[in-house]
Design a protein around this ligand. Structure first.
Ligand SMILES: Cc1cc2nc3c(=O)[nH]c(=O)nc-3n(C[C@H](O)[C@H](O)[C@H](O)COP(=O)(O)OP(=O)(O)OC[C@H]3O[C@@H](n4cnc5c(N)ncnc54)[C@H](O)[C@@H]3O)c2cc1C
Length: 414
């Protein structure tokens, strides 16, 4: 992808060109209709990941899909995405012979639109990068990173390569360890989980019919996310020492471990992708903003993957920040104005804090082998299973279209 040397004055500089940064750059460029000069910086080259592919597949909500449609991205990933028709939840010990389904629900919102889609990370990254590359309002600055920034009426940014520029607004989309968040003096609270996230793709003999499955197992949730064809992405949380042992196994023994947890419904399994792992953690930035500065995505919050919501929250951040900045610009305010940034923080921080706590609680509740606790939670799941209204509420929540929803997630241009 063609890269520019940073120079002169930018209206907006975004650091981090992964899922959140790419989506945000495109959303801002579209909403501000080319009136702003936007730089998108990353320390890695931007575009197809080449020798370092991301093996994950993301469960994206209907709201996220609507936003990607407006950004012109969805059409490029639609063929690789699998609509989720139904969700099944089980809760059993590792050695259980069968994994009885305790809760199952149709995954559709009003009008029959699927509430979520499974989207492989590679095609999503490539589609976002392609759309950004074709957007004349965005300059890619990569590989490069920001070494320091100071200022008040405008920010003075210095790059590691020595270039110096001015900017009205700097946005950190630089991931869970966000160097810029630290430079802005924003602390983050959280902790590491004693768990590891393992991801791989399997092919199976029988069709999944669009059903996603969440097996709650003592080491952590084991999610089977359907992909087009007879394939599924496994997002599997395991206690860290056990994960280390499993990841060191050869392919045949690794597949046996997958098979043991899988539940047997989809017939014979084979590995159909690389295995990767992530340390799992929870964190929440104490503040989302500083003068002429904001954080989005994992730089702002990292949640347990139990509910597959981290990227959905990141896209919600991008949508809300775009709307706050654009509305302020239309009133004649500066793009880095405190009013816009404060509106963004009010809009997003409480929601992200609630989600962080909720997914943490779910993980604590389900990732154990305590008989009494399992009995209690299974009664709870059974009750939900018999309540169509509760199920509908859960589906609407997971679809990302409840609450104070930014326009992009409603499928409306800003
Ligand atoms: C196992 C697993 C499964 C998941 N499944 C789901 C799911 O199903 N659904 C869902 O919604 N979410 C899911 N998530 C969460 C999701 O992956 C993250 O929330 C999302 O990737 C965050 O994107 P981001 O762009 O904020 O950060 P990142 O993807 O971490 O990107 C950060 C970017 O910043 C760049 N960078 C870092 N430092 C600098 C610097 N100093 N200068 C310039 N650039 C820098 C990096 O190179 C990178 O490009 C999952 C997470 C895990 C671990």
């Amino acid at each position: 992808m063609a890269n520019a040397a940073p120079n002169g004055r930018y209206d907006i500089v975004i650091s981090g060109a992964s899922y959140a940064g790419l989506a945000l750059a495109r959303a801002l460029s579209q909403a501000l209709e080319g009136s702003a000069r936007i730089a998108l910086v990353d320390r890695r080259p931007v575009g197809p990941r080449g020798s370092a592919p991301d093996a994950r597949a993301f469960a994206l909500s209907a709201g996220s899909k609507r936003m990607l449609e407006i950004l012109g991205v969805w059409g490029l990933v639609a063929d690789a995405a699998q609509p989720v028709a139904a969700i099944e939840i089980t809760d059993s010990s590792l050695d259980a012979g069968v994994r009885p389904v305790l809760l199952t629900y149709e995954n559709a919102v009003e009008g029959g639109e699927p509430a979520s889609y499974i989207v492989p990370a590679g095609p999503l990254n490539d589609a976002l990068a392609e759309v950004v590359a074709g957007d004349g309002g965005i300059e890619i600055v990569a590989p490069e990173e920001i070494a320091s920034f100071v200022g008040d009426a405008a920010l003075d940014l210095t790059f590691a390569g020595g270039a110096a520029v001015k900017a009205s607004l700097l946005i950190a989309a630089d991931g869970r360890n966000s160097p810029l968040r630290g430079m802005a003096g924003i602390k983050s609270v959280g902790r590491s989980y004693p768990q590891t996230g393992i991801v791989t793709t399997v092919a199976h003999a029988k069709p999944h019919n669009g059903h996603a499955v969440q097996h709650f197992l003592p080491g952590g949730p084991f999610a089977i996310l359907p992909l087009p064809g007879n394939r599924a992405c496994i997002t599997w949380t395991e206690e860290a020492d056990e994960a280390r042992r499993i990841l060191a196994l050869d392919d045949a023994a690794f597949l046996e471990e997958v098979d043991k947890r899988f539940g047997g419904k989809l017939g014979t399994l084979s590995l159909a992708g690389p295995r990767q792992s992530w340390p799992l953690e929870l964190h929440l930035a104490r503040s989302y903003i500083a003068p002429r500065f904001a954080v989005v995505g994992d730089a702002a919050h990292v949640v347990h993957p139990i509910a597959g919501q981290g990227l959905n929250l990141a896209l919600r951040d991008a949508a809300a920040l775009t709307e706050a900045i654009t509305d302020a610009a239309r009133l004649g305010l500066d793009l880095g104005s405190a009013q816009a940034l404060e509106r963004y923080e009010r809009w997003r921080r409480f929601d992200a804090a609630m989600s962080t706590a909720a997914f943490d609680g779910l993980n604590v509740l389900f990732s154990n082998d305590l008989t009494l606790l399992r009995a209690a939670r299974d009664v709870g799941l059974g009750l939900v299973n018999r309540s169509p209204m509760l199920k509908q509420l859960f589906v609407a929540e997971a679809a990302g279209i409840t609450g104070d929803v930014p326009r992009l997630l409603r499928g409306e241009a800003v």
